[in-house]
Design a binder for this molecule. Structure first.
Ligand SMILES: [Zn+2]
Length: 429
């Protein structure tokens, strides 16, 4: 297999996912452009793969020859042309590139073993893209903080959790409404996202995990209606369901107990963050939830977390108690501990796709404040993220054992662009 390289990655995504063919179909609304939309598409895709922090950085890469060997003799776009293209980018071929990637990954049995405990588990997560005090486009959402109006953009992502590769199945953008009505909330976006994913891919997951926002009857009914199961956190003590369950659990000892050690974050040689969790669990099915026709299962977890806390050179073992409540449509044939692990994987694991996407891939950055450009850039990041995950975890299996981190690989891929004379068109054929 040898060392992973940019050239190998590009060959792989072209052979397996047909990315080269799809880049050729890139379109935008520019009239008689000097620079092809497919060239701009390739550059943006590479820029996202290299985790560019801004379009200005991309422009520097263009200006100072980072793409020279990949595009011999090709006129490359400077930042103005990129911005012009993005503001009228045709999202359809880009969406098709994404959908086909997911379809192909399914067909190639990437998820065949499931992502956790033999099941394909996905989670929904809302994330803010960026915020400003000036309304900059028609798609800005509005909120008032301390009497001051703020404008922002928000999305909801659906991603596999559990084993690698982490794949983003889709991202939805929340829309503003007119002045009388509040803007769309995450629940609306999340519901639309799973409906669209079902239309595109049918049974795209076995279990959908959501936070307390999704502890909502129509959401749970929607998930059941498409033949999937939901696991949602519950925080509202006043819900009858919660009162019923906690009342019942109060009268008895926990149904199960276990101890969990988080594995060390991969690629990091440190025991600093090692966590030790003792879990006590209460678990019962057959609860009524208002608006949900069939009964649901309720789980209460009481976690005693022991963790090293560092203050300069002194280490202290600190103990904290955390209470977690969960509603699920999964039956008792799924063990209590498995349900807990799915929740734990979503919120407490360091090596989690959502965290990676937010902290490393600059999805929060406002590359260009324009509704079309925002959607296009989020799609570019999503596609680059997925292809990187699929290549790395399917083809470079032992890189972690060699002590390589994902960030190191990205750095290598940047250097590879100038290390060898391999034109992009040859790799993407
Ligand atoms: Zn806006």
């Amino acid at each position: 297999m040898g060392r992973p390289t940019l050239q190998k990655l590009l060959t792989y995504v072209s052979k397996v996912y047909g990315i080269g063919e799809k880049i050729k179909r890139a379109k935008d609304g520019r009239k008689d452009p000097d620079i092809l939309a497919s060239t701009i598409c390739s550059i943006l895709m590479l820029g996202c793969l290299w985790r560019m922090p801004s379009l200005n950085v991309l422009d520097q890469w263009v200006k100072f020859g980072r793409f020279k060997k990949l595009f011999p003799g090709v006129r490359l776009p400077r930042v103005d042309a990129v911005r012009e293209s993005l503001s009228q980018y045709d999202l359809e071929p880009l969406q098709a590139m994404h959908d086909d990637t997911i379809r192909k990954a399914k067909r190639n049995k990437v998820f065949q073993q499931g992502t956790m405990k033999g099941r394909v588990v996905v989670a929904l997560d809302g994330f803010e893209l960026f915020e400003s005090k000036v309304k900059e486009c028609d798609a800005c959402l509005t909120r008032v903080i301390d009497g001051e109006t703020h404008y922002y953009h928000q999305g909801v992502a659906c991603m596999t959790i559990g084993s690698d590769p982490h794949v983003i199945l889709g991202i939805d953008h929340l829309h503003p409404r007119d002045e009388k009505d509040d803007d769309e909330g995450e629940l609306t976006g999340g519901k639309r996202l799973i409906r669209n994913l079902y239309e595109q891919h049918h049974h795209f997951a076995d279990v959908i995990v959501g936070d307390a926002l999704y502890a909502n009857a129509p959401f749970i009914n929607d998930v059941r209606a498409i033949g999937m199961d939901a696991i949602v956190r519950v925080k509202n003590k006043r819900l009858n369901l919660v009162k019923d369950a906690l009342g019942l659990f109060q009268k008895r000892d926990s149904d199960a107990q276990w101890t969990h050690e988080d594995p060390e974050p991969k690629g990091k040689q440190t025991k600093r963050k090692q966590k030790h969790i003792h879990v006590e669990a209460w678990d019962e099915e057959g609860f009524e939830m208002g608006g949900v026709p069939e009964p649901v299962r309720f789980l209460r977890f009481r976690e005693t977390i022991t963790q090293n806390m560092y203050q300069g050179k002194t280490v202290e073992r600190v103990e904290t108690i955390k209470e977690v409540w969960v509603v699920t449509t999964l039956g008792k044939h799924v063990p209590t501990k498995d349900v807990w692990e799915m929740i734990h994987e979503r919120w407490d694991i360091e090596n989690n796709g959502f965290r990676e996407l937010k902290t490393k891939w600059h999805i929060h950055h406002c590359f260009m404040h324009h509704p079309r450009a925002i959607e296009a850039m989020v799609m570019f990041i999503m596609i680059a993220f997925n292809l990187f995950q699929l290549y790395t975890f399917r083809r470079v299996k032992d890189f972690w054992n060699k002590g390589m981190t994902l960030s190191f690989l990205i750095e290598e891929f940047r250097i590879d662009a100038v290390r060898e004379d391999v034109p992009l068109y040859a790799l993407l054929e």
